[in-house]
Design a protein around this ligand. Structure first.
Ligand code: NAD
Length: 411
C-alpha cells in the first residue's frame, strides 16, 4: 500500500460509518489535477542539472487549494498525492476556507549552494505559475523549505503576475509574512497535546516526551512543551539524536541546531546518543513524530511505549500500525488535527495579505488557540459520543464538511 492508498483508507472507513455512499466517496478519493514539471538549472560549475517538480491539487470544494512544498531527494508522486489529500482533510478539520494541495522538488538542498537553491525555486515557480495564485492554489513551507524559499516564490510569482504577496504563505515577517507563522505548527501541536493531557487528568508539567525531527516543527514543539514544564527526554534529526532521562536542555539544543549542527554532534553532561528507531520506542508519556512520514511501521508499533502519540509529521503512521496501536490502547492524535496550526496561521497570513493589514503576534496566537481548541473539542465530542478513535473522528468531521460543500456546488 502506498502513502496515497493509506490516506484514502481512512476516508473510506469514515465514509462507511457516515453512510455517504459510493458516489461521494468516488468524488472525494481522486485528485483534481497533477502537474509534473522538469526543472533545469545551471549548477555553479556550469553543468546542467534537471530535477523533477510536482504540484498536485486534491480538492477545491471548500476554497482555493493550499499546501506545502517539500524539497527532498526521495519525494515521489505518491507522497505528493497523499499529502495533498491530507491537506483537504486538515483544512476541513480546522474549518479554514481552503482545499488541499501539495508539491515539491525531488532534490537534496544540502547538496545545492544557496544560488542553486534559488534557481531551482524560481524555475519551479515559472513552471507552475499558471497553476498557483492567491485565489487558486497557495503554497507554503514544508520539509527543507523555509521563509527564504517562500520569499523567492513570492518574488518570482509577482514578476510574472504583478505584486501578489497572498500567492504564498510562510514568508518572512519583513516581507508580508505573518507574526507567529514560523512557530505555528509547533504551537498547535502543543495546544492539542496540553488539551489531551488535561482531559486524561494529567498535564504538560512533568510529562515526559520524545520528539523525532528537530526542524521547524520539532524545535518549536520542544520549546513550547519545555516552557510549559514538560520533560523532553529524547530528540533526534536525520543524523540521530540525544537522550537524557532527567530532561534535555531544549533551548541549548535549539541554539545548537540553528547554528547548522547535526544533533549527533551534540555533547553535554548526562546526555547520551540515541538512534531514530530507539527514540520511537522510549517509555514516555508523549511521543511526537515530527520528521518524515511512514516511521511508525507495524513492527515499531508493537514496541512503542508511549501513552499518546501526537502526529506532528504528516502521515507518520502506517494504517496497520494504527490498528496495532489502537488495540494496544495507545491513543493517536492524528496529523490532520495535531499539525493543523501551520495551515491555520497560513490562512491568517493570506487573510492579512488580501486586506493589506497586520495582526500582532498575540492576536495570531489567540486566534490560533481558539481554532485549535474548537477543532479539538468537536473531535473529542465524536470520540466520546460515538466511541471512535481520534483519527476516524477527525476524518468524519472533515469528510462531512468537504462532502457537504462538494454536494452544494454540484459535480
Ligand atoms: P524541516 O525540514 O524544518 O525539519 C525536518 C526535520 O526532520 C529535520 O530535523 C531533519 O533532520 C529531520 N529528518 C529528516 N529525515 C529524517 C529521518 N529519516 N529520520 C529522522 N529525522 C529526519 O521540516 P518541518 O517543516 O519541521 O516538517 C516536519 C514534518 O512536519 C513533516 O512531516 C511536515 O510535512 C510536517 N508539517 C510541517 C508543517 C510546517 O509548517 N512546516 C506543517 C504541518 C506539517
Amino acid at each position: 500500500m502506498n502513502a496515497f492508498e493509506a490516506a484514502n483508507r481512512y476516508i473510506s472507513k469514515a465514509a462507511r460509518i457516515m453512510n455517504l455512499g459510493p458516489r461521494v466517496e468516488r468524488l472525494l478519493l481522486s485528485l483534481e489535477a497533477e502537474h509534473h514539471v522538469t526543472i533545469p538549472i545551471e549548477r555553479d560549475n556550469g553543468e546542467l542539472a534537471v530535477f523533477t517538480g510536482y504540484r498536485f491539487q486534491h480538492n477545491s470544494a471548500r476554497g482555493p487549494t493550499k499546501g506545502g512544498l517539500r524539497f527532498h531527494p526521495m519525494l515521489d508522486a505518491d507522497d505528493v498525492r497523499a499529502m495533498a489529500a491530507l491537506m483537504t482533510w486538515k483544512t476541513a478539520v480546522v474549518n479554514v476556507p481552503f482545499g488541499g494541495a501539495k508539491g515539491g522538488v525531488a532534490c537534496d538542498p544540502a547538496l545545492l549552494s544557496q544560488g542553486e537553491l534559488e534557481r531551482v525555486t524560481r524555475k519551479f515557480v515559472e513552471r507552475i505559475s499558471q497553476e498557483i495564485g492567491p485565489q487558486r492554489d497557495i503554497p507554503a513551507p514544508d520539509v527543507n523549505t523555509n521563509a527564504q524559499v517562500m520569499a523567492w516564490i513570492m518574488d518570482q510569482y509577482s514578476r510574472l503576475h504583478g505584486f501578489a504577496p497572498a500567492a504564498v504563505t510562510g514568508k518572512p515577517v519583513e516581507l508580508h509574512g505573518s507574526e507567529g507563522r514560523e512557530a505555528a505548527t509547533g504551537y498547535g501541536v502543543i495546544c492539542v497535546t496540553e488539551s489531551f493531557l488535561q482531559d486524561v487528568g494529567s498535564s504538560l508539567k512533568g510529562a515526559t516526551m520524545a520528539i523525532q525531527g528537530f526542524g521547524n516543527v520539532g524545535q518549536f514543539s520542544a520549546l513550547f512543551a519545555h516552557e510549559r514544564g514538560a520533560k523532553i527526554v529524547a530528540v533526534s534529526d536525520v543524523s540521530g539524536g540525544v537522550a537524557n532521562q532527567e530532561g534535555l536542555n531544549i533551548p541549548a539544543l535549539v541554539k545548537f541546531a540553528r547554528s547548522r549542527h547535526l544533533l549527533s554532534e551534540y555533547q553535554a553532561d548526562g546526555v547520551s546518543p540515541i538512534n531514530n528507531d530507539t527514540l520511537l520506542t522510549q517509555e514516555v508519556d508523549v511521543l511526537i513524530p515530527a520528521a518524515l512520514g511512514g516511521v511508525l511501521t507495524p513492527e515499531v508499533a508493537h514496541e512503542v511505549r508511549a501513552k499518546v502519540i501526537v502526529e506532528a509529521a504528516n502521515g507518520p503512521t502506517f494504517p496497520e500500525a494504527d490498528e496495532i496501536l489502537e488495540k494496544r490502547g495507545i491513543t493517536i492524535i492524528p496529523d490532520i488535527l495535531a499539525n493543523a496550526g501551520g495551515v491555520t496561521v497560513s490562512y491568517f497570513e493570506w487573510t492579512q495579505n488580501l486586506q493589506c493589514l497586520r495582526w500582532t503576534e498575540k492576536e495570531v496566537n489567540d486566534r490560533l488557540r481558539q481554532i485549535m481548541s474548537a477543532a479539538y473539542a468537536t473531535i473529542r465530542g465524536l470520540v466520546r459520543s460515538r466511541k471512535l478513535d481520534w483519527r476516524t473522528a477527525a476524518y468524519i468531521v472533515a469528510l462531512g464538511r468537504v462532502a457537504k460543500a462538494a454536494m452544494l456546488r454540484g459535480v
